[in-house]
Design a protein around this ligand. Structure first.
Ligand SMILES: Nc1nc2c(ncn2[C@@H]2O[C@H](COP(=O)(O)OP(=O)(O)OP(=O)(O)O)[C@@H](O)[C@H]2O)c(=O)[nH]1
Length: 498
């Protein structure tokens, strides 16, 4: 069962339970059985699921829940807590520090996505101002070095490897030494993967670990491996000191349950997930937002981050304010559509909200989705200000719909479809009501950071270097804090934001 379906099944089980007039032992058991089935189908290990069920039953004492208590919420919260507990081993992984050399070794089975993930990890940190470097200690698979070289070159990340040396330990040690001398602060060692858990693979891995003494060993696991996840992760943990997990291929037909199992087996947190083949399809993994999404509760923290990334900065405070008021008007929808068309990746933003992207922008149908959005916008162009600014769906009566259809040269049913879409989105956005928005001062500090990040991307590299890199740019902008907007500053630097 893929992740989205798992979330759907769990939400449905909870919904069915709350539809029952009285929530008694039998109803609760049915609900838990349904959730158990869904988790098992998502490849969460049997023992973990059973333990979770027992824990929840121990926590929830239905007799103690006086009438008037929202039982569904209490049960949902208990499930949420248990799933978070499964994914949170209780201690964070080693966190490398910028400017201080750290060696990170990647291990995993062949084809798990290790080499790709090494580059993604390096690229992610490089964008944040680190000086990463890649070492290819995979001498087993012909072509592994070429693959790493190609990825690294594309991302402009220094790499080390050899076509002639056959001893992975020697390559790893030489590579790490070279990059330490060159003051790289993140030295990433890619190791060999094999078809299955062979003794020789583990022995080689142990030797590389012993010789390079990594600060962190990351276990890379393909999310689609199914029930084997637990045993596989445990086998790696037994051989080397795995300290963190990265789950790959969470796009497509990912079975998210493996992630839960891998954490339990390695007692290490998932730190990132891979969501595609491209370099930037890589996300920091946070337990609570992940579980929220799984339970269909929406991921507010992730949503806020994405808003900051994607929505133009000058529109952020206003958008957040509107969100917190719970008023989703057609004009907001129009403005967000404009952002979608301008910025592209908004599908990611909206996927933070349950049910949003899959319906409006199904994966793989981006072109069709864009055309649909453009069509919706043409129809909205024929609306009056009153219509655009109202959040009352009843305002849109038949004669207004007919007028909009005529004005935009579209069919009545198309206008109706657009309004349905609006209603659906409005319902989801209404969940944002009461959202805590950053205070004014906090927002401008946030904006300064955003400005620096944004400007870091658009400034010519030479100029950025002269200012002292991202750090220098940030402090410069802090000093200039009150001078004006990003646009004014761009003007000063001779650049422009269109
Ligand atoms: N869809 C998707 N594909 C991925 C992801 N990560 C890696 N891949 C693909 O998975 C395949 C295997 O990835 P590699 O990086 O070569 O795997 P590896 O574990 O290094 O393999 P060995 O070096 O043989 O051990 C490649 O086609 C990658 O593009 C991901 O997050 N999503």
């Amino acid at each position: 069962m893929v992740l989205g379906e798992l979330g759907g099944s769990i939400s449905r089980a909870l919904q069915q339970m709350s539809n029952a007039t009285i929530i008694d032992e039998k109803v609760l058991n049915e609900c838990l059985n349904e959730i158990t089935r869904a988790l098992l189908q998502s490849d969460v290990q049997f023992k973990l699921v059973r333990d979770m069920q027992t824990n929840i039953k121990n926590i929830i004492n239905l007799d103690d829940l006086a009438a008037g208590h929202n039982k569904r919420r209490i049960i949902q919260q208990a499930i949420f807590n248990e799933l978070c507990k499964m994914l949170d081993p209780g201690k964070p992984s080693f966190t490398p520090k910028k400017g201080k050399p750290s060696v990170i070794m990647f291990v995993g089975l062949q084809g798990s996505g290790k080499t790709t993930t090494c580059t993604k990890y390096a690229y992610y940190h490089q964008k944040k101002g680190w000086k990463p470097a890649l070492v290819c200690a995979d001498t087993f698979r012909a072509g592994a070095f070429d693959q790493l070289k190609q990825n690294a070159t594309k991302a402009k990340i220094p790499f080390y490897g050899s076509y002639t040396e056959s001893d992975p330990v020697k390559i790893a040690v030489d590579g790490v030494d070279t990059f330490k001398k060159d003051n790289h602060d993140l030295i990433i060692v890619d190791t060999s993967g094999r078809h299955k858990q062979e003794a020789s693979l583990f022995e080689e891995m142990r030797q590389v670990a012993e010789a390079t003494n990594p600060d962190l060993i990351v276990f890379v696991m393909d999310s689609s491996i199914g029930q084997a996840a637990f045993d596989q992760a445990q086998a790696f943990k037994k051989s080397v000191a795995v300290g963190a997990v990265i789950i790959t291929k969470m796009d497509g037909h990912a079975k998210g349950g493996g992630a839960l199992s891998a954490v339990a087996a390695t007692k290490s947190p998932v730190i990132f997930i891979g969501t595609g083949e491209h370099m930037d399809e890589f996300e920091v993994f946070d337990v609570k937002p992940f579980v929220s999404r799984l339970l269909g509760m929406g991921d507010l923290s992730g949503f806020m981050d994405k808003i900051q990334e994607v929505v133009p900065m000058d529109q952020q405070p206003e958008l957040l304010q509107k969100l917190s008021e719970g008023n989703f008007t057609l004009r907001i929808m129009y403005e967000q559509f404009q952002n979608i068309l301008k910025m592209g990746p908004i599908g990611q933003v909206f996927s933070m909200l349950p049910g949003f992207s899959s319906e409006l922008m199904p994966k793989g149908q981006e072109k069709e989705s864009q055309a649909k959005i453009k069509r919706y916008m043409t129809m909205m162009d024929s609306m009056t200000n009153e219509e655009l600014d109202s959040s009352n769906p009843k305002l849109m009566n038949e004669s207004r719909i007919m007028r909009i259809a005529r004005g935009s040269g579209r069919q009545l049913r198309e206008v109706a479809e657009m309004l349905e879409e609006y209603k659906r989105l409005a319902k989801i956005w209404s969940k944002m009501k009461g959202l805590k928005i950053p205070k004014k001062g906090e927002m401008s500090a946030l904006s300064r950071n955003m400005n620096a990040q944004h400007m870091g991307k658009v400034l010519p590299p030479q100029m950025l270097k002269q200012i002292g890199g991202m750090g220098g740019l940030q402090s410069l902008m802090k000093q200039m804090g009150n001078m004006g907007s990003a646009k004014d500053m761009m003007g000063m630097f001779g650049g422009g934001d269109k």
